[in-house]
Every structure is written in C-alpha cells, then in structure tokens.
Design a protein around this ligand. Structure first.
Ligand code: PLP
Length: 470
C-alpha cells in the first residue's frame, strides 16, 4: 500500500490540477508564497518545495521579486516561438547580466570592436563641420537656456520633408526629437501601457525592446517572425484572440536581426488587426534609410486611424554618437511630448541645428547614397565568405539593415561560443539575445556595418572553429 503523500507532494498535485483545470493559465502569476501558506495551511518550506518541483518540471518559472508564473499547462510541448500555434503565453521579462555585457560591447555590430576602423567617411567629416559651425554660432547666453522640449524646428522641418519623400505627410508639430530611437521606444511604451500590460514583439526581435519591457514591468508575447518577411500576421491574429495585448512593436523596414522587409499585404493586415483589437502599433523605423535599392514607405503612411507611433533615429544611417532620434506619437502625441520633457527636458540645440543644416545642404542625402552602395558591397562580401564555410547554414539576404541572420545546425549554442570568442577579442551576437524565452540558441547575427579589412576577415574565418562547425 502506498503511504500517504508528503505535504509538499499533495500541494504539488493540487497546484497541477488547478493549472490543468485552467484556474491559472500560462502567463498567470500564482498566489504568493505567503498566500499559499495561509490558504493551504502549510509551512513556507512545504510551499517552496512544491514550487521548486513544479519549476523543475517546467510548469512554472520563478521571476525575482515578481513571484511564480505558469509557463505551460502540464503535458504541453515546450514552447517554441519559431512556429505559429506554439506561442508562449505572456511573461514578464528578465534580461540577464550577460545580455547587458553584450550590449555594452555595442551589441556586436562589429566582430572586432578593438580593431582600428579606418578614416571616417566624407559624410561624417561634413557633418562634424556643420555641427562645429552651429556651435560657433551660438549666442553668448544660450548655454543658460534649454532648447524647446519638442526639439528644434529646423530639424523637425527637415525630418518632415524627408518623411514626405517616403509617402508620409507629417507636420513638424507632430514630430518630437528624442535621445535616439531607444528613448523614442521608451516614450511610446510609457504612453501606451501600464505595468502588467501585454506587448507583442517580433521573435526574433530587438533586445532593446525586451529591456524596456522589463524596466516598465510589462509582459511580453513573442510573435513568430520570418527573418525575411517580418512578423507572421496569422500568428499575431491568434495571439490577439488569446490575450489582451495593449501594444505591438514592429520594425517593418529591415528588422533586426535578419533585415526582414514586411510586404504591403502584411502591413495592411497589421493595421486591420490593430483597429479590431484596439492596440497601439509602435513602428521602429530605424533601419529604413539603409535600404540598398529602395527606402520603403513607413507603415505610418498607411495609418488612417492615428494609432501608429513612429520611432526613428540617425543611429544606423548616420551616427550613433549623435544620440538624436524622433517620435511621432499619433493619438498619444501630447502625452509623449510631456514624457519627453519629463525624461530629458530638451535636446542639445547646436547638435540639432548642425544636423538640420547638414540635411538642408544635401550632405545627408549624399552620405546615404554612398553608404547604401558600401553596405551592399559589404553584405555581398559577407555572404560570399559565409558560403565558403561549406557548412549547412541558413542565412538571410537582406536588402537593407546592417546584419545577416544565420541559423546554424541544431545543437550549436552560440552563447557558449560567445564566451570562447571573447577570449580572442571577437564579439559575437548570439541568437538568444533576440528572445526573452530562450529561443534561437543556434542563431547568430553578423554585422556588415564595417569594411571587411584583413583583421575582420580573419576574425570571421575563426567562427566555424569557435562554433564547433568543423
Ligand atoms: C531595431 C533597433 N531599434 C532601436 C535601436 C536603438 O537606437 P538608438 O541608438 O537610436 O537609440 C537599435 C540599436 O541597435 C535597433 O537595432
């Protein structure tokens, strides 16, 4: 005869039954340890023991300071966000220190960040001159005053005329200058969501958004995303049926990591879904101007419902060091202006004036023309070097952006390779950086932002060994 179960076993069974019966669904938080002790009349040790066993079975997951969350209904297959129909329920985000380490190394847009990167291109020389001129022209007392919080009119006017060339008519009053695109995304999420809300993101998708969600206590639902055509609209539709999503962050033009370009039909479907489910669409437009053959119109150009917030920046097309971006906040614009004021007060006046003049003089257009040609050459060079590896690797062929996404054979762990490569001064961008649920461990993003000089070619040549592909 089987002896009576221990208290922790009985509690574990009870919790499993409740989860199976749907009392708590994937993504839900279990009652606190203290509440379970009180409700079940058990000690803290017993409750913790039961929770640890459920955690070991993969049914719940512990989040520091947040509690235990259901990850899957018992007997479910483990979540695989790559395929529609197997989407993980919304979860809080916890970004590990390792991710921060990788991000501190410029998120590896360069395999060899310590190697010399050559002379600045003529466009940057011209930009620096324009900024210098603007700085010298500042009136004596101006250092004692902030610029207007919305941003300098001359820059907003330039950005508005650039938008018009991409099929989007926007008044300069509907643009607000930010400290880069990350800041713009932060303002967009702050304006549209409250703690605990669910945000749909691309998977794989930009790790910076995951970090913002973590900071704002938002829950993420990862929507399967093709590295070629972007977020899967059928999967998004399913997600919206199942969970109350507040906002969706998408990058229709050359999304990181693979450079996906969202087709027109998908863009229209997205807006249709957003209307039906009343969600905010946060468009990350940062890579659009890198398009080798064409600069796609923004999703915002199709927005008849004033629910697409556009976020952009000069970081990928001109300079990361400017820390200048912009946002057009749709129906949330007033609140976003307020949040800009609260979080940054104002942006540097002379930097904005210098960039505006650089744009007005045609310097930016000339820089982009040159840069697009260079990026295309560097992409081609990278693809041809990758093909020479002669290992079964799937790779994207982006028409814009700064990186190629590789899917390596199952079992290759690019996070392990990251630590090994670091010892040789090589910085990888492992696939798991692009998901909050531990997917894409065999993915790798390789940037072609830099010229393939001998040192970088040699570093790339080391990868098959570091990844244990040969
Ligand atoms: C998709 C995407 N969005 C936003 C950012 C942040 O841009 P910024 O430097 O303008 O803050 C990055 C930077 O890597 C990015 O890749």
């Amino acid at each position: 005869m089987r002896k009576a179960p221990y208290h922790y076993e009985a509690l574990e069974t009870w919790l499993l039954e409740q989860i199976r019966a749907g009392r708590w669904r994937p993504g839900d938080r279990l009652p606190s340890i203290r509440a379970l002790c009180a409700q079940q009349g058990r000690s803290k040790v017993t409750v913790l023991h039961a929770l640890h066993r459920l955690e070991a079975r993969g049914v719940v997951e512990a989040y520091p300071k947040a509690g235990y969350f259901v990850t899957t209904t018992p007997d479910d297959a483990p979540p695989r966000p790559q395929a529609a129909g197997q989407i993980s329920a919304p979860l809080p985000v916890t970004v590990s220190d390792l991710f921060l380490d990788i991000m501190r190394r410029s998120a590896a847009f360069d395999l060899l960040p310590d190697a010399p990167s050559g002379e600045p291109p003529p466009g940057i020389v011209a930009l620096n001159r324009a900024i210098g001129r603007a700085l010298r022209r500042q009136r004596d007392g101006q250092f004692q005053y902030y610029d207007e919080p919305m941003g300098h009119l001359s820059l907003r006017e330039q950005l508005a005329s650039q938008a018009a060339r991409r099929g989007w008519r926007v008044s300069p009053d509907r643009l607000c200058i930010t400290s880069g695109c990350q800041h713009a995304l932060f303002l967009a999420l702050m304006a549209t969501c409250r703690a605990g809300d669910v945000v749909a993101v691309e998977s794989p998708g930009f790790y910076g958004v995951l970090q913002l969600l973590e900071q704002l206590d938002l829950r993420v639902v990862e929507v399967p995303t093709s590295p070629e055509t972007g977020m899967d609209m059928a999967a998004l539709a399913e997600v919206l049926e199942r969970w109350p999503v507040r906002a969706c962050v998408v990058s229709p033009a050359f999304a990181t990591p693979g450079g996906a370009l969202m087709p027109d039909a998908a863009r229209r479907q997205l807006l249709d879904l957003a209307g039906r489910h009343d969600l905010a669409v946060i468009e990350d437009d940062i890579y659009a101007e890198t398009g080798f053959a064409q600069v796609p119109d923004p999703l915002k150009a199709l927005d008849r419902d004033d629910r697409v917030i556009l976020c952009g920046s000069f970081s990928k097309s001109l300079s990361r060091d400017l820390r200048l971006g912009w946002i057009s906040g749709a129906r949330w614009h007033r609140q976003i202006l307020h949040l800009k004021l609260v979080t940054q007060l104002a942006s540097s006046r002379y930097l904005q004036q210098g960039v505006a003049e650089f744009m007005e003089d045609g310097g930016y257009a000339a820089h982009l023309r040159r840069q697009r040609g260079l990026l295309r050459e560097r992409r081609d060079r990278l693809l041809s070097m990758l093909r020479d590896w002669r290992v079964p690797v799937r790779m994207t062929q982006p028409q814009g952006g700064l990186a190629v996404w590789l899917e390596l054979p199952e079992g290759v762990d690019t996070l392990t390779a990251y630590s090994k490569a670091l010892q040789e001064g090589i910085v990888l961008t492992p696939g798991s950086l692009f998901s909050a649920v531990g997917a894409f461990s065999n993915g790798l993003r390789i940037s072609f932002a830099h010229a393939w000089d001998e040192e970088r070619r040699t570093a790339l040549g080391r990868l098959p060994a570091l990844l244990e592909l040969v």
